[in-house]
Ligand binder design. Structure first.
Ligand code: ADP
Ligand code: ADP
Length: 224
């Protein structure tokens, strides 16, 4: 079975009288262990798709099965449970909490699993070590470079060893050296078994993926 199976996914946004169709009948599968790039022009529905896959947003129609679990019609509790169990997120703007140390930010990823105290700190330090940030646990995010902040955000995303890693333009705010480093890390995580879905505008970034899914006007335009 695929880790992700979406069928005829539809999503509309309504604001007052204005209605925007963001996804219009999108269907595809992603197998366990794939590294998929999602590309397409601005406004074509990439972020919407990633938010639906991440169970942050809900489709209006169609089906989305994550590890065989139907999610579109499910309760919020069911969806939250699946999100915590299976999914880690990486964002363009890192989304670290400025008031918390780097270690405490990474521990947040552990708390979602109900783990606290020494065990949480141990897991956070292990993730930070993996990302080359062992010396930075007690720093505040503002004391880190952009590349280091994104690595801290990746540590937070992977500390629970999620099966599915969703990344929305993870290199969008990085210079070329840090961009390379983050792509290298994603490739390594993929080689270690994580399934990765990454939204990107960059052909260079997408060339790291095993497959490219292209959207246009909310529809699947190509998949190769
Ligand atoms: P992309 O990530 O490819 O730029 P988005 O998924 O952000 O595309 O947006 C797809 C379409 O849905 C666009 O027309 C956008 O303006 C619209 N849209 C996205 N989010 C919202 C929202 N919260 N409310 C209303 N319209 C939205
Ligand atoms: P990107 O193209 O980099 O993915 P966008 O600028 O399209 O980002 O969207 C940024 C945020 O604004 C997203 O969370 C999206 O859901 C929201 N958004 C996008 N378009 C609209 C819109 N027309 N109305 C309200 N919110 C929107």
């Amino acid at each position: 079975d695929p880790i992700i199976r979406v069928t005829s996914l539809h999503k509309r946004y309504r604001t007052d009288r204005l209605e925007t169709t963001a996804l219009e009948g999108v269907s595809f599968e992603i197998q366990r262990g794939e590294f998929v790039a999602v590309m397409g022009p601005s406004g074509c529905g990439k972020s919407t798709l990633l938010n639906v896959l991440g169970l942050l947003d809900r489709a209006d129609g169609g089906s989305y099965q994550l590890e065989g679990n139907e999610t579109v019609g499910g309760s919020e509790d069911h969806r939250t449970g699946l999100r915590k169990k299976y999914i880690g997120f990486i964002f363009q703007s890192f989304n670290l909490i400025d008031e918390l140390t780097v270690r405490a930010n990474v521990e947040l990823g552990v708390y979602y699993h109900g783990i606290r105290g020494k065990e949480a700190s141990r897991m956070a330090d292990e993730a930070l070590e993996k990302l080359g940030l062992s010396a930075r646990g007690d720093h505040m995010p503002s004391q880190l470079s952009g590349g280091q902040q994104q690595r801290a955000a990746i540590a937070r995303a992977i500390v629970n060893r999620p099966k599915l890693l969703l990344a929305d333009e993870p290199t969008g705010n990085l210079d070329s050296r840090n961009r390379e480093e983050v792509l290298e890390i994603l490739s390594t995580l993929n080689a270690q078994g994580s399934t990765i879905v990454m939204v990107t505008h960059s052909d260079d970034d997408a060339s790291r993926a095993g497959r490219i899914v292209r959207l246009r006007d909310g529809q699947l335009h190509a998949s190769s």
